[in-house]
Each structure stands twice: as structure tokens, then as C-alpha cells.
Design a binder for this molecule. Structure first.
Ligand code: F6P
Length: 354
């Protein structure tokens, strides 16, 4: 494809919100304007490309002051018309509708900011011939093809702060405090915040745990004179031979409550749990996330201007690059059992319940 000098770039935010979405939008608008493009902000993710296209031209004034804001000025949709596998040729195929609308509003490039689900939709649109570039977002950091997604650092900050605060109650009351953090398939938030916050036990989806072993570890600490313990558990952690715990259909949550009750029964200690939930996704992004989001936004526009589409911007060894969307969608980036952070944690005596 020949590099373009000017035209129209669309931008949308899709999937769950994450701190840094607005920072990307701002960088897209500023970079696009400097390269002679007009920017259309598509509303509510890909939903804004269904039916009558729902968008607005983004002027510089629209992105003024949004760098530190959580959420997304464009709004977002999780799944919507695009949930499930595409059935080519099906009546009312949302992909076809979105593709036609991309052409109808004359986009020379469409920047899609989102996690795994978003990048899958983006890949399908790319295969149909749409000039798309993905931007990797998710607090879970589980997107393949990039070292980091923006949003993760802020979630980590919130989770670590929560552990620090729980420590004081745990120590004052000689309690076991269990903190449930997000992490559907991958335990990155639990692992990083657990180490940063000095947790005693970290339970992640990648390592099935035995509640008895967790309790044994707590009692061993007790005998050694540490009369309280901090357990960090990812929402997707699974007891050995057990199943994922859902709070409602399709919505993970509640493993900490079940574990807390069990630990109380086995150890006889006073145990409490806290579910951090969406607090991890809200509020202002950290400086790291603002910078990463800004770099991604600028890089996505520059890729389109240079004629590079069908790719996702990515961070590799501290440098921004692009990777094929296929690579980003090929797998979920999970914690490998021999990851050096796991080894570091084990060296410090942190238990994984295995
Ligand atoms: O993908 C990010 C994530 O935060 C997951 O960890 C979590 O399971 C999910 O989003 C919850 O999303 P929501 O409650 O908004 O549907």
C-alpha cells in the first residue's frame, strides 16, 4: 500500500475500559492533525459502525484535558453485536455492516483500542480488506505480541496499594486477609502486586492450588511467629480438581469468599476477604500508562500514514514496533510456571498453593 499524505482516520475503544484509553485518543488526534488527517471518534466501540454510523469529528478541543482521565470519552461496548464467532454469509452479519460503514464514511485507517476480543474483531475486518491498526489495552496484560498492554501498570498500583492497606488490619488483628484481584486467564496482576505488596500466598489461574497447602503455609508462618498472612488470589484461580467461580453468568468472581471460608475452617484463624473488582480499572492512569498509551496512539497514526495496516502496535524490549494482528490473536499471554517472577517469589518463600 502506498503511504498516504492525508485523509480520515477513525478511532474507537472497545471491550472493558482501562486507564489510558483517553491518553491514546489524545495522542491519535494530536499526531493525526500534525500529519494532515481528520479524526473521527466512533462511539461505543464497533457498535458505532452498526446501522447509521455513530461518530463525531474530534477537534483539538475535544481532547484537551483528557490525558489524566480514566474511562473513555468515546464510550465502549463489551461484545455487543460482535460476540461469538463470525458466520460468513449470515443475515445481518455485523462484520459486513461495519466494513461497509468504514468505506461509507471514507476511513483511510481505523485505530481499534482494546484487548484480545477487540483484536480478533480487528483481524477479521483486516482480512476483509479494512485498513485497521490495533492498540493493545487490558489491565490483565494477557495480550500476546506485546510485552505490555496499557492499563496494567495502573491496576498494579491499585492492587499493591490495597495489599499495603490490608497489611495493617491483618497485623493488628492477627488475621488472614484474602484479596481477590482481576485476571481471567492470566495471573499477571496477582503475581506482580503480590510481590510488590509482600504477600505470603499468591494464587493464579496458571497454577491450580490446594486449599490445604495454603492453610499449611499459613500455619507454618504462625509457628515461626508471623501471626497474620496476606493471600492474593486472581479471580480466575482454580482449586485443584475444581472449577472457575462465577458471580453471574459469564462474570467471574467469588473465589476469595470460598477460599476464605475454607481457610477459616482448616486453620481456625479469623479470615476476611476483599474483592477489588472494577476499582482496578478506574481512575487516573499512572505516568507509565500515560506514556505507553501516548506512544501507542502516536505509533498507530504513524503506521497508517506509512501505509502499514493489519498490524497491532506493540512494545518489544522498551521499543514501540508493530506486529501482525494474527500474532496478537494467536494465544492468551499467560504466566509460564518457570517465569523468573515465579522463581523470585518462591525464593522469598511466597507460596502458590501447589
Ligand atoms: O479483561 C479485563 C477484565 O477486567 C477481566 O479481568 C474481568 O474478568 C473482566 O474484565 C470484567 O469485565 P466486566 O465486569 O466489565 O464485564
Amino acid at each position: 500500500m502506498k503511504p498516504r499524505k492525508s485523509g480520515r482516520i477513525g478511532v474507537l475503544t472497545s471491550g472493558g475500559d482501562a486507564p489510558g484509553l483517553n491518553a491514546v485518543i489524545r495522542a491519535v488526534v494530536k499526531t493525526a492533525h500534525s500529519r494532515g488527517y481528520e479524526v473521527l471518534g466512533i462511539a461505543r466501540g464497533f457498535e458505532g459502525l452498526i446501522g447509521e454510523p455513530d461518530f463525531k469529528v474530534l477537534a483539538s478541543a475535544d481532547v484537551r484535558g483528557i490525558l489524566p482521565l480514566g474511562g473513555t470519552i468515546l464510550q465502549t461496548t463489551n461484545k455487543g453485536h460482535f460476540s461469538g464467532q463470525r458466520v460468513v454469509g449470515a443475515e445481518g452479519d455485523p462484520y459486513l455492516e461495519a466494513f461497509e460503514n468504514i468505506n461509507r464514511i471514507g476511513l483511510n485507517g481505523l485505530i481499534t483500542i482494546g484487548g484480545e476480543g477487540t483484536q480478533r474483531i480487528t483481524l477479521e475486518l483486516s482480512r476483509m480488506g479494512a485498513p485497521v491498526v490495533g492498540v493493545p489495552k487490558t489491565i490483565d496484560n494477557d495480550l500476546a505480541g506485546t510485552d505490555r498492554t496499557f492499563g496494567f501498570d495502573t491496576a498494579l498500583q491499585v492492587a499493591t496499594d490495597a495489599i499495603d492497606r490490608l497489611h495493617t488490619t491483618a497485623a493488628s488483628h492477627n488475621r488472614v486477609m484474602v484479596l481477590e484481584v482481576m485476571g481471567r486467564h492470566a495471573g499477571w496482576i496477582a503475581l506482580h502486586s503480590g510481590i510488590a505488596g509482600g504477600a505470603d500466598v499468591i494464587l493464579i489461574p496458571e497454577i491450580p492450588f490446594d486449599p490445604q497447602k495454603v492453610a499449611d503455609g499459613i500455619m507454618a508462618r504462625e509457628q515461626a511467629g508471623s501471626t497474620f498472612s496476606i493471600v492474593v488470589v486472581a479471580e480466575g484461580a482454580i482449586p485443584r480438581g475444581g472449577q472457575l467461580v462465577y458471580q453471574a453468568e459469564g462474570r467471574l468472581g467469588g473465589i476469595s469468599g470460598i477460599l476464605t471460608e475454607r481457610l477459616g475452617e482448616i486453620t481456625g484463624k479469623d479470615c476476611r476477604c476483599v474483592v477489588l473488582g472494577h476499582l482496578q480499572r478506574g481512575g487516573p492512569p499512572t505516568p507509565y500508562d500515560r506514556i505507553l498509551a501516548t506512544r501507542y496512539g502516536a505509533a498507530a497514526v504513524n503506521a497508517i500514514a506509512d501505509g502499514i495496516t493489519g498490524e497491532m502496535v506493540a512494545l518489544h524490549a522498551q521499543e514501540i514496533t508493530t506486529v501482525p494482528l494474527e500474532e496478537a490473536c494467536a494465544r492468551v499471554k499467560t504466566v509460564r510456571p518457570h517465569n523468573d517472577l515465579i522463581r523470585t517469589a518462591r525464593s522469598l518463600g511466597i507460596a502458590f498453593g501447589d
